[in-house]
Design a protein around this ligand. Sequence first.
Ligand SMILES: Cc1cc2nc3c(=O)[nH]c(=O)nc-3n(C[C@H](O)[C@H](O)[C@H](O)COP(=O)(O)OP(=O)(O)OC[C@H]3O[C@@H](n4cnc5c(N)ncnc54)[C@H](O)[C@@H]3O)c2cc1C
Length: 354
Amino acid sequence: MGKDQNAEVIVVGGGIAGLSAAIYLGRAERDVLVLDSGRSMARWEPDVENYPGFPEGIAGGELVQRMREQARRFGARIVEDEIVRTGRKLGRFILHSQAHRYVAVRVLLATGIFHLPPQIEGVTECLGHSMFFCKDCDGYRVRGKSVAVFGWTNDTVETALALLFYSATVAILTHGRKPCWDRQHDSWLKEYNIPVYKEPIVAVGREGCQVRSLKLPKGAELEVDALFTMRGDVYLNKLARGFGASVDEEGQVVVDLRMRTTVKGLYAAGCVTPANCQMIIAAGQGATAAQTINRDLFEASLETHSLRRFRGAQLQELSQTGTSQDRKAIYGKHRKNHRSGRARKRGLQSVDAV
Ligand SMILES: Cc1cc2nc3c(=O)[nH]c(=O)nc-3n(C[C@H](O)[C@H](O)[C@H](O)COP(=O)(O)OP(=O)(O)OC[C@H]3O[C@@H](n4cnc5c(N)ncnc54)[C@H](O)[C@@H]3O)c2cc1C
């Protein structure tokens, strides 16, 4: 294991939430390091239609790439690595990957979620094209199409009912499972005339990544254009638990309105929290977390007087370079020393550890 890599703020997860935070933290002149294992869910979406600013849509992978460039522009370092273990030392957060150790004063967890696709051959190939997890993301693109909903819970029924806004042809497939929706949901199914197929799905008929049909036993076949599945959500909360942060019964990391977890100095944002798992919400939460981290670090620098030492160094530098009170001249000097200013702040971190 090589030398520790230090940062004032480490963001674990370089997806939508983490990169949004990195942009804000970089522009707040914080020394920020993003550690990312490169599996943002956004990559699964070939055409994001609901992210503001892209009227023609944008591929999820490209959006992540652009956000990376934007974060780098403001000084964020982005490293491809996967954190597997956590620790604490002298108020610092320690993050271990297989080969490296990272140390930070503040940590933001933006590790996201993983949706389990149905274990049916051929389904994974259709992910994001004709197999979807989220009606809010993809309901609009199945307007007027024949839609199947895979599941057996109250959520399944509610999704099928909500999809009626987009399509007149919606059916539920329980894939051989006994439905566990309650009586109210059962009566809605009857009232709204939604067919339920309880047989197991034997295979998916598809052309490339386009679902064409779901094959049932005894040669029966249901023609569909799109399949929605009730998400088997796996929250990537291992690091949060490692640091002792609370998670709820579903596995979501508990945060307050400012994205603070129950552990001082540790924050979380995006789909690993109880957010509605949408890109714009993840980006908003990342920005909120960054603002909170910046504010908390600022308050700590007043408490520990590290801001005073920083100011002392600034004044000394000004006195060495002349006594000009011309604001433009001072500003010019600071722009030139942009990097060294950040490095100097790094040197003052020790007093700000939580
Ligand atoms: C098929 C599909 C289609 C979608 N379509 C849309 C859509 O059209 N519109 C929309 O708004 N939303 C859509 N979404 C949801 C959207 O992708 C998420 O809301 C968004 O990506 C969440 O951002 P996040 O930062 O929380 O997580 P992610 O973007 O998933 O980023 C998490 C990052 O953390 C990294 N990571 C995890 N653990 C570690 C670790 N231990 N060490 C280092 N790195 C780690 C991962 O590799 C990943 O890069 C879709 C999702 C799917 C699956």
